[in-house]
Design a protein around this ligand. Sequence first.
Ligand SMILES: *Cc1c(COP(=O)(O)O)cnc(C)c1O
Length: 391
Amino acid sequence: MATPALMRNYARTDLAFDHGEGAWLTATDGRRFLDFAAGIAVCGLGHAHPRLVAALREQAGKLWHTSNLYRVPGQERVAERLVANCFADSVYFCSTGLEANEAALKMARKVAHDEGHPDKDRVIVATGAFHGRSFASMAATGNPKHMAGYGALLDGFDRVPFGDLEAARAAVTDRTGAIFVEPVQGEGGVRPPPEGYLRGLRALCDERGLLLILDEIQTGIGRTGTLFAHEHAGITPDILSAAKGLGGGFPVGALLATERCARVLTPSSHGTTFGGNPLAMAVAEAVLDEVLAPGFLEHVRRIGATLGEALNAVVADHPGVLAEARGLGLMWGLVCTVPNTDLIAACRDQGLLLVPASGNVARLLPPLIIDTPEVDAAIAKLRAACATLTT
Ligand SMILES: *Cc1c(COP(=O)(O)O)cnc(C)c1O
């Protein structure tokens, strides 16, 4: 077979979309789908949100890109919005999730170095993690399927079971500089940690002088019902990576940090050409205007609880298909007893889009703007899909 013009690095479904509106997508063949994938937790405001469309159109007619050789007023505004609404003192912009994680890991090493401990260059990471596909983020992820064939990995990661505070404590050595986890694992199967885990990690970091780095690329920007998921635990990290939801579909990544950490990124120590360009910042500013508007996050918590209750009822009614529903806000995972790909295909046949995850899980990551009608429609489609799989 001839090599296709497009590389084969994705197992794509034979389905393409022409346009979207809110939580709905229309395929090129005219079929409509209720989008509970949202571009993998990216399109938090749904498709073709009027405010985002207007922001991008307006900026597109003015200025696209000037580079980081000059001030970018949009970066200053978005950074100020973020800083005013979370733990961070300072923000760096990039374009993707793995870039934010790469910067986070570089920052952790440089903090140790600049504070006189260059030997504290190791990072404790968790089993089942997903942090991206660069050499550093792939090594932090530690998934053998992702690493096969790529040769020597970046060294410096010590892996412990996710959710096991005592294992993390036991893994700390004189070489440890940081602990790096997702507050709720996404690709790992929508796994919220046990109660007290994040608080325990924060205390451990304080006790041993370590940095707590949180990967909130999937959980951030309102996905779990707070701007960032760590807020549920009542703790703050030292460094946080964000991306996915921040641009609502436009590529934006961000590294957020406390003053102690941010100060190590001095001129020429790190950077990227496209990071925080005017188009990206115009959209991110509009996203934050919406997500931080009074009532928005309350809405996510309320509709998320409604979705969770409804999912639990479906699980109870279809034990031959589903074993468990778990999640937070509008980030839910269905642990399947049939292959998760069968459930996802059956849902797609009913016009409902879901996302697979590890541990035989089907993820529901709907746009944060959904309301009762979309939940009702999704549950009806899920029930219909389960019925087709019940023998
Ligand atoms: C998606 C994701 C990443 C990687 O982001 P990319 O933009 O694909 O590089 C990293 N961490 C988490 C938790 C993610 O969900």
